[in-house]
Design a protein around this ligand. Structure first.
Ligand code: OOG
Length: 242
């Protein structure tokens, strides 16, 4: 088995078996291009189990996260239908390793253009111990993608580049931010996604969901919690942890 396939199997087994892998540090020997080939192989394993591709997500879209990882480029991952959590739906903590929630906005991409926007929650669940990974490792791990909730789709409001974002857990506000934290303007997610998808031979197909990246830091999820994201002018998206 090739190194790419071996790492893909380890990451896929970590996700399905809910056991985190140790980060092997900067010495994984992967470059970014090879890491994306591992990601493709990880997602191909999901598709071979019957999942369907439904879109893309961006990560490290905020200055803070880029600085933290020492990079100046966004990363991207793939979304499948099995990752979709209904708005107001419940996820089981036991189906995850150490999930966290991030408030985001999602775009609906049709004919190469953004046609609608929705408030969203991304659930990330690194397959590495303590969310400690190198840049190639997190790329290989499908940028920690685990689940996503979409609120109602709406037309793009004026001022989309600076809408207030709240993340509440059990009715308490735990993070406050702005869509400005997403690449300075979340609409930039589309040009970045198109460029990155092109460079990697991925088709950002019609009716694709594009998760634009986190507007605040992620918060760890606990059993019994109710998580709600509110984006000014767009409304809410929520989930419960069972
Ligand atoms: C990597 C991916 C995080 C984002 O929006 O920055 C992400 C991680 O922190 O696990 O999706």
């Amino acid at each position: 088995m090739s190194t790419v396939d071996q790492l893909a199997v380890r990451l896929d087994d970590a996700a399905t078996g809910r056991t985190a892998l140790p980060s092997s540090g900067a010495g994984t020997g992967l470059d970014v291009a090879t890491a994306y080939r591992v990601q493709q192989a990880v997602v191909d394993r999901r598709l071979s189990r019957g999942e369907r591709p439904v879109g893309l997500k961006l990560g490290l879209t905020s200055r803070a996260k880029m600085t933290q990882m020492g990079v100046d480029e966004v990363i991207w991952g793939r979304l499948t239908d099995a990752m979709r959590i209904p708005d107001g739906g419940t996820i089981r903590l036991g189906d995850h390793i150490h999930p966290k929630a991030e408030p985001e906005v999602a775009f609906l991409v049709e004919g190469g253009a953004i046609t609608a926007v929705a408030p969203a929650i991304e659930v990330i669940d690194s397959r590495y111990v303590d969310f400690r990974f190198t840049l190639p490792e997190v790329i290989a791990d499908n940028t920690s993608a685990s689940g996503f909730v979409l609120g109602a789709w709406q037309p793009i409001p004026d001022g989309i580049d600076n809408l207030g974002v709240l993340l509440e857990v059990d009715g308490r506000t735990v993070q406050i931010g702005s869509t400005a934290a997403i690449l300075g303007d979340p609409r930039r997610a589309l040009s970045d996604a198109v460029r990155l998808a092109d460079a990697n031979g991925v088709d950002l197909a019609d009716n694709s969901v594009l998760l634009a990246g986190a507007a605040t830091a992620a918060v760890p999820l606990r059993a019994g919690s109710h998580v709600r994201v509110t984006v000014e002018q767009l409304g809410t998206a929520s989930l419960r942890v069972g």
